[in-house]
Write a protein that binds this ligand. Structure first.
Ligand SMILES: [Ca+2]
Length: 198
């Protein structure tokens, strides 16, 4: 009986350790991106053509010479060894030439500021086939005590280049928080409410 109980507890613990949550975002509302780097590097807007799912997508136009990073998701509350997987569909029709798009990320150890930066976390180096929509994905493993990760959509390689993004999926441990476009104001409001309580 006791060993059965231990087995049940161990099972529950292992399930808790590996429990994952998944959030999706398809740009069907008005929110575009959470932030960007450098400042004014992209024009982010809602498009109705091309679209992968639903009736809208995210349109990114590169404005800066430096590689623009459009922040499309933010995961906080992470610990070493945990994994975050993010994917989105991207659209360009220029095989082996710009415009192209990659999924990338950087660490952000400040849970109160989406613009915090604690070093590059790398990403998927593939530029895609450039023959319309294709899905790009990458899995990051948390290291070096980092606690947050910002998912970027990067646009290559000249000012004026445009790419489209749709149907993003982010999977993270249940103990983490996933912030999607449009979720930032809510998060701040929640923090404000918490501060008021204390
Ligand atoms: Ca969509």
């Amino acid at each position: 009986m006791r060993s059965l109980l231990y087995t049940a507890i161990l099972l529950a613990l292992s399930q808790a350790a590996f429990a994952q949550q998944t959030e999706t975002y398809g740009w069907e509302g008005t929110a575009t991106i959470l932030s960007m780097y450098p400042d004014s590097c992209v024009m982010a807007s809602i498009a109705t053509d091309p679209v992968h799912g639903g009736s809208q997508s995210l349109e990114l136009e590169r404005l800066s010479d430096g590689t623009p990073q459009a922040y499309v998701a933010w995961i906080t509350g992470l610990s070493d060894g945990e994994e975050v997987t993010a994917s989105f569909w991207r659209y360009d029709v220029t095989p082996a030439a710009a415009p192209s798009c990659r999924i990338w990320a950087h660490w952000n150890d400040d849970p109160g500021d989406v613009n915090g930066y604690a070093g590059s976390a790398g990403g998927n180096s593939d530029y895609g086939p450039g023959t319309g929509w294709d899905e790009t994905e990458y899995t990051w493993t948390v290291v070096d005590g980092h606690t947050g990760l910002v998912i970027e959509a990067r646009v290559y390689s000249n000012p004026g280049d445009m790419v489209w993004i749709d149907d993003m999926t982010v999977t993270a441990p249940t103990g983490a928080e996933i912030v999607m476009p449009g979720g930032l104001a809510l998060e701040r409001q929640t923090w404000g409410s918490i501060k008021t309580v204390f």
